[in-house]
Design a protein around this ligand. Structure first.
Ligand SMILES: Cc1cc2nc3c(=O)[nH]c(=O)nc-3n(C[C@H](O)[C@H](O)[C@H](O)COP(=O)(O)OP(=O)(O)OC[C@H]3O[C@@H](n4cnc5c(N)ncnc54)[C@H](O)[C@@H]3O)c2cc1C
Length: 390
């Protein structure tokens, strides 16, 4: 099926041309039909075509000279609800995004403002919320929600060379947690694992960060990254899939959308739907949980918070409940949202989460007659499928 990449906001009366082919009977070729139908009658037409076994070949707005994109060519019509109007990304949309104000050769020396634990008693591992004072930065270290900064830990590696910079997703909005426009916060998990000899190993930079005392000077680089930026559109819908510290960029989006002081002063009034899927091993490991619960209570029409707590909840097969199980559970709603060109999806966390999500999206798409392997690159191209895993 071909789907128009139009960016225009179509009213319900906008006409679309739907080209479909009827069933092949014996050796007779399939009949190709062209029909013009208003936007608000599209789904009815799809249903009717589906019930006759017809295949939808293309959907394009009448009178627009479009270059349709191939999608789900083998999808049967009944469930083949099109992802209409995959928006074409605006050229230079990210031209004014600050990048690399401070490089590893010339880092900014920030000061730790505070550092506190984000996990509760009984949690697995250690995760800290760390805030740095940037007020001495000249030039200013400005950043946007969805970007990362680099940290260069003190000390030397095994070869006697200074430690290299590590990247961390920013967890505060551009205004900082205190809205003072001169701090940046991170959400850092201390890396720990046992090596082949069975020794307990702690990560260099994550341990350095988790142990930082207020007042300590820290080498900061960046900001970097344009992959995880939020759309400007206040009516956009944002689906967020996060595990562990992958919550950092999501926290920035959600604060920008729903935190009182942000809404009052940031000049951006979110009116769309935001849906956070959060994966954690235990309830005690849920990060910023109270904040998200309170936003959900206050903005029930705009914010939805779905948790997958693997060691405490079971999926329908009786196994551990992972975030991909939640995606499958809500596949229908998720894909109905994806059909709306204003829906953007963000995924962040450990790289290991990607195959599970991909599998769930493949199954969910198939249930709607779509081919995820074809749809995903289109959504990515339109900046609607955004992934940052590490
Ligand atoms: C864009 C981006 C954003 C990021 N955001 C965050 C964030 O918000 N929060 C966060 O906590 N981290 C984040 N990270 C990860 C972060 O950059 C570091 O990689 C992480 O903190 C580990 O660094 P370290 O110096 O502590 O570990 P290191 O001392 O550098 O050790 C890491 C090395 O240990 C080895 N290793 C790791 N696990 C195992 C294992 N189980 N078995 C054997 N060997 C292993 C691997 O060789 C690995 O390269 C992000 C990474 C990227 C790229």
């Amino acid at each position: 099926m071909r789907v128009s990449p139009a960016t225009t906001n179509h009213s319900t009366s906008t006409l679309f041309t739907v080209v479909s082919s009827g069933c092949q009977v014996g050796s007779m070729p399939a009949v190709v039909q062209t029909q013009n139908v208003a936007l608000n009658r599209l789904s009815e037409l799809f249903k009717r075509l589906g019930s006759t076994g017809a295949k939808i070949l293309s959907v394009t707005p009448v009178g627009e000279d479009l270059h349709p994109v191939a999608i789900a060519a083998s999808a049967p019509a009944p469930e083949a609800k099109p992802v209409t109007q995959v928006p074409t990304p605006k050229k230079n949309a990210h031209a004014n995004v600050p990048v690399n104000t401070y490089k590893p050769k010339n880092p900014f020396i920030g000061t730790v403002a505070n550092n506190y634990s984000l996990v509760k008693e009984g949690a697995i591992g250690r995760v800290q919320h760390i805030t740095f004072d940037l007020s001495a930065a000249d030039p200013e270290l400005n950043y946007l929600e969805g970007q990362s900064i680099g940290i260069i830990p003190e000390g030397e590696d095994a070869k006697g060379k200074p430690h290299k910079m590590r990247l961390y997703s920013i967890a505060s909005t551009r205004h900082g947690d205190d809205m003072g426009d001169n701090t940046v916060s991170l959400c850092v998990r201390q890396l720990e694992y046992k090596n082949e000899a069975g020794e307990q190993i702690y990560g260099v930079c994550s341990t350095y960060l988790c142990d930082l005392e207020p007042g300590t000077k820290v080498k900061i680089t960046g900001p970097v990254g344009k992959e995880m930026l939020l759309p400007e559109d206040e009516d956009a819908n944002i689906i967020m899939l996060a595990t562990g510290t992958g919550i950092a960029p999501m926290r920035t989006y959600i604060r920008r959308m729903f935190e009182n002081r942000e809404r009052e002063t940031n000049g951006w009034t979110f009116r769309g739907k935001a849906w956070l899927f959060m994966g954690a091993p235990k309830t005690a490991n849920l990060l910023y949980d109270e904040d998200f619960n309170s936003y959900e209570e206050k903005y029930p029409d705009n914010f939805r918070y779905t948790k997958a707590i693997s060691r405490e909840q079971q999926n329908t097969k009786g196994g551990r409940m992972y975030i991909q199980d939640r995606v499958l559970e809500h596949a229908d709603e998720i894909f109905s949202m994806i059909e709306n060109p204003k829906t953007f999806i963000y995924l962040c966390g450990l790289r290991g989460m990607e195959p599970g999500i991909d599998e769930a999206m493949t199954a969910a798409a198939a249930a709607k007659g779509m081919d995820w392997s074809e749809l995903r690159p289109q959504l990515k191209k339109a900046h609607r499928w955004n992934v940052e895993t590490y």
